[in-house]
Write a protein that binds this ligand. Structure first.
Ligand code: P6P
Length: 337
C-alpha cells in the first residue's frame, strides 16, 4: 500500500503503539465504530430513495419525534458495538437508560456513549448530520456488567472522542489525546483515509454560530456579546460572519477547520441550554481542546463537569480559544458593549 495512503485502522494501530499497554482492543473497538459509520453513511445518502425518510410514531427521551434514520443509526451503533467484547456498557441519546451488553457476549474494559444521529431534524432537507461518540475506561470493577456510574464520568476521563459528519463527503474525526485527526470515507475502497492529520483550530475566528431567534430569551451578557460581534469595527475584524446549520456536528466541524465559535446558551426557554453533556458536549469539548480550542459552559471547562444524569443538558460555548474567552467575559459582565 502506498505510504501516502493511511487508513483509519493503520493510524489507530500506530497511535496505539505510543501506549505501551495497548492490547489492540481499542483498535478493534474503533474499527467497529468505523463500520457503523460506513453503514449509517450509506443509508443517510440513500435515505431519500429507500423510503426511510419521514417520521416514525416513536418519541425519544428528549420528547422529539424520532425519524426512521435516527432509529436505524441507533440500532446500527448498538449492533456494531454490543458483541465485540470491548465494552462493559453503552449509552445513547435515543435510549433513556444505559444499554447493557447482552449476557451472551463477553464484557470489555471500555464504555461508549453516543449520539447516533445528531441534527436529525435536518434529515428530510438533506442537510448534513452527524454521529458523536465518547469512549472511557470503565470506572467500576471488571467482571460485572457496566453501570450508570461508568457512563457518568467527567470528560477529563475520556480515552477517545470522535464524530462522523455525513455531508458532501463522510468524514470521521477523532482524538485519543494526541492531537485531532480527520479521515474521509473513500467509497471505492470502503475505507476511511487520513485526509486531515493533526487538525488545529485558529485561536480567533471570524464566524459565530447561534440560533439568534432565541435572542429575547437570553440574559443580558449573551445579548451584549451578540450585539458586539455584529458591530462594525474593522480593526477587531467585526462584524463576524453568522453561520448556523442547525446541526451541531456540522457547525462545530466547520468552525474547527476555519475558526469560530458555536454557542447554545441557556435561556428562559431552556435554563440549561439544549446540548447534552455526556454524549455531545464532552466529546466535542475533548476534540476542540486537543485542537487548541476551548469549550465552556460559560463558567468552567465542559470536561471538568461531573455529570449527574445521562441526558443532562449544559450551556455550550465551543471553538476558537479567544472567542470563547471573550464570551465568558461578557457573561461575567467583565466586558460590556
Ligand atoms: P435549535 C439538533 O437537534 C441539535 O441538537 C444540534 O445538533 C443543533 O445544534 C441544535 O439542536 C439546534 O437547535 O434550537 O437551534 O433548532
Amino acid at each position: 500500500m502506498s505510504a501516502r495512503i493511511i487508513t483509519l485502522t493503520r493510524h489507530i494501530i500506530e497511535e496505539q503503539r505510543k501506549h505501551p499497554y495497548a492490547t489492540g482492543e481499542f483498535t478493534d473497538l474503533m474499527n467497529d465504530i468505523a463500520f457503523a459509520a460506513k453503514l449509517i453513511s450509506y443509508h443517510t445518502n440513500k435515505a431519500g430513495l429507500v423510503g426511510i425518510l419521514g417520521e416514525t410514531e416513536n418519541i425519544n427521551v428528549q420528547g422529539e419525534i424520532v425519524k426512521k434514520l435516527d432509529v436505524f443509526a441507533n440500532e446500527t451503533m448498538v449492533n456494531a458495538l454490543d458483541h465485540g467484547g470491548h465494552l462493559a456498557v453503552m449509552a445513547s441519546e435515543e435510549s433513556e437508560d444505559i444499554i447493557p451488553i447482552p449476557d451472551k457476549y463477553p464484557l470489555g474494559k471500555y464504555v461508549c456513549l453516543f449520539d447516533p444521529l445528531d441534527g436529525s431534524s435536518n434529515i428530510d432537507a438533506n442537510v448534513s448530520v452527524g454521529t458523536i461518540f465518547a469512549i472511557y475506561h470503565r470506572s467500576t470493577p471488571d467482571g460485572r456488567p457496566g453501570t450508570l456510574e461508568d457512563c457518568l464520568q467527567p470528560g477529563n476521563n475520556l480515552v477517545c472522542a470522535g464524530y462522523v459528519v455525513y455531508g458532501s463527503s463522510t468524514m470521521l474525526v477523532y482524538t485519543t489525546g494526541n492531537g485531532v485527526h480527520g479521515f474521509t470515507l473513500d467509497h471505492s475502497y470502503g475505507e476511511f483515509l487520513l485526509s486531515h492529520p493533526n487538525i488545529t483550530t485558529p485561536k480567533k475566528g471570524k464566524i459565530y454560530s447561534v440560533n439568534e431567534s432565541n435572542f429575547d430569551y437570553w440574559d443580558e451578557g449573551m445579548q451584549n456579546y451578540i450585539q458586539y460581534v455584529k458591530q462594525i469595527d474593522e480593526k477587531s475584524g467585526r462584524p463576524l460572519k453568522s453561520r448556523y446549520i442547525g446541526s451541531m456536528v456540522s457547525d462545530v466541524h466547520r468552525n474547527l477547520l476555519y475558526g469560530g465559535v458555536f454557542l447554545y446558551p441557556p435561556s428562559s426557554l431552556a435554563p440549561d441550554g439544549k446540548l447534552r453533556l455526556t454524549y455531545e458536549a464532552n466529546p466535542m469539548a475533548f476534540i476542540i481542546e486537543q485542537a487548541g480550542g476551548k469549550a465552556s459552559n460559560g463558567k468552567q471547562r465542559i470536561v471538568d463537569i461531573k455529570p449527574e444524569n445521562l441526558h443532562q443538558r449544559v450551556p455550550l460555548y465551543i471553538g476558537s480559544e479567544k472567542d470563547v474567552a471573550l464570551i465568558e467575559d461578557f457573561l461575567k459582565g467583565d466586558k460590556t458593549l
